[in-house]
Design a binder for this molecule. Sequence first.
Ligand SMILES: [Zn+2]
Length: 754
Amino acid sequence: MAGQLCVHGHFYQPPREDPWLGCILPEGTAAPAMDWNSRILRESYAPLAFARRLDAQGRITDIVNCYEWISFNFGPTLLSWLERGAPRVYARLLEADRRSQERWGHGNAMAQVYHHAILPLASARDRMLEIAWALDDFESRFGRRAEGMWLSEAAVDTPTLESMSAQGVRFTILSPHQVQAIAGEDGTWQPVSGDEVDLSRPYSVDLPSERPMAVFFYNGPLSQAVAFEGLLKDGERFWNRLTGVGSEGLLSIGTDGETYGHHFPFGEMALAYVLEQARAGRQGWSLTNYAAYLADNPPKQRVRLKEPSSWSCSHGVERWRADCGCRDGGHPQWNQKWRAPLRQGLEAVKQKVDEHFDALGKELFLVPEEALRAYGTFLSGKSDSKVFQNSYMKSGLSRENIQKSWKLLEMQRFGLAMFASCAWFFDDVSRVEPRNALTYCMRAMECCRASGGPDLESVLCDELKKIYPNEPRYPDGMALYEEEVVARRQTTARLTCLALVRLRSNAEMPPPGGEAEVRWPGVHITVARSLAGTLESGTVEGTALLRMCHGGLVAGGAVRCGWRWEQGRKDDGLCGQMYFQLDNGTEETIRPESLHWKMRQSALQEAVELAASEDWEALWRHAEQAKFFLEYRPHQSVPQHQAFWAAQWPALALAVIRQPCFEDRKDLWNFIRSIGEGHPAKPWLEQRLGRSLRDMLCEGTVQSAELAEIIRRSRAAGLEVDLWGLQNRFWHDAELWSDAALGKALGIAPGARG
Ligand SMILES: [Zn+2]
């Protein structure tokens, strides 16, 4: 019997939500995408959910949900973002787990440590919470308890495995280099190196509690080859390399999800090819997932692990606390001495935060530890705020104390988020990951103060002073903190300022005496305008009511402030100054231009999207102008008003694509094709038109026969319309299958559907 193949994909994005707004702020380095989650979604997550199989003519023969055939883990933070930002891809993940369960009796999805912390470095309680919250989140999404858990960076030790097994996790996946010894049949321990481990079977780890825990090891050399040897360029080569090992039992491949698509364009197609071969039973191979394999093949041998150890640091877990020499390799002359004080600073704050939680928690919660453990159930949406409050808070608490209780829990949530492993992984502390960790720390410290705890900033700063970033623009860690972290701190005034800029740029400013609400997942702001002032005079004023949301779910106590906006030039939404009168009697002045770039960009984001969609509508209308494009006279080779018509290129192109009446206008078509070549708006038009056509198809505002014609004319006009969404829609809408013309226009192979 030949082997069973299991490809595991580890899909992860660090938590990067702004800890006040609860949403991801724009990241300039991800351009043209707004942020890295969106960028990797487009390059990897979505292509894997809808991977194309093509025939020799490049026509689609199948659209494969790869997640249905591989083992995978997405973290809670990434899943919650996908649920909101990419519901179609999110639905494919849930469907993949459900179908694999039906097929193999066990689902493909594995849980992942909640904030991707390095668990051997966490305190016992934090370790338990990171696992417990992750399992709750998993259950609420996939509708079942997780059987396996992916450890951040495969960082492992006995306390970590104990905590996992105590919470019902049955297995994990590690690198073969984490093996220290294997027990022989007579029970004696044989030291083995990673290369000597038989990777085709699971092993059991002896835990002091004697609870069961199985470990799979992925095939190191093959997994490396996928990542670094370009196997994904050619599906057949990928298949031959995988199956060339000729193993019996399990062939386990551990890969980073971003390898497919982001690192190797079209890597998902090579994976889909390999999955298809195994599905067809080529050379006797078949597919499985870890839980299914474990059920049929319980461990027969015991393994002893190197402790602590991980898959990306040969020194154990030093990479996340010391200058051990492991790094991304981009800057050989840089050092990572900053890692130790960064960890010490955050740990010192966490210790104080924990002390505050335990001291105050005794007064507010029935059992503080249980409340904290159950906060994960609340965050996962499994229990609502009233139920949570009744179950875990003492009865008869004052309103203020109820608010304090929620703040304590939020303090812990941000205190855990700051330990996401990526803060230490790369070459310098000036990168965005450590800055995010410090921003979460700042938010945890704020919740600590707001619930009557001590001011912990000096505790953090004592360690930051010992940091010397490699990036020369920051003389020390304090400069970095002030410039990149404190600048992101939100206050009542700043949040209100942001809300006002957003209302103004979206043209949603309420009329005098009116109200408008601005909502982010983390905060809701009601802006009220007084009767005084007018937009025309450049001065408007009113009041604002802010409510922070616990865990992005329940609005907490309200904070009120008064505001007056004196706009420098009335036609410029960002100009001028804002004056705030705060609840505590103080006043604050803010120039909108002085807000952090990310915040200004986020406030304008909707306005830009709105304008873009208005422009698109206008473009359809401008398409009418094409009828004024007169036919050429003899000896005429360019149109009169050539510059004007060149500037109208997108509208002209849309006109001929949409309207059959221009079919015979050769001069117009030639002009469009020649101007379109290399036109800077061409990629945008191709992408936007594809999206628009998909929407029209979904809404039923275009008939399939007409759509096929539009696509044909687009090609004739020299446009490569982005057909991705249309193809997906066609593939999954049985009513469309009978339309051979549309299938052909979309590049679907005859007979592939219907
Ligand atoms: Zn190392």
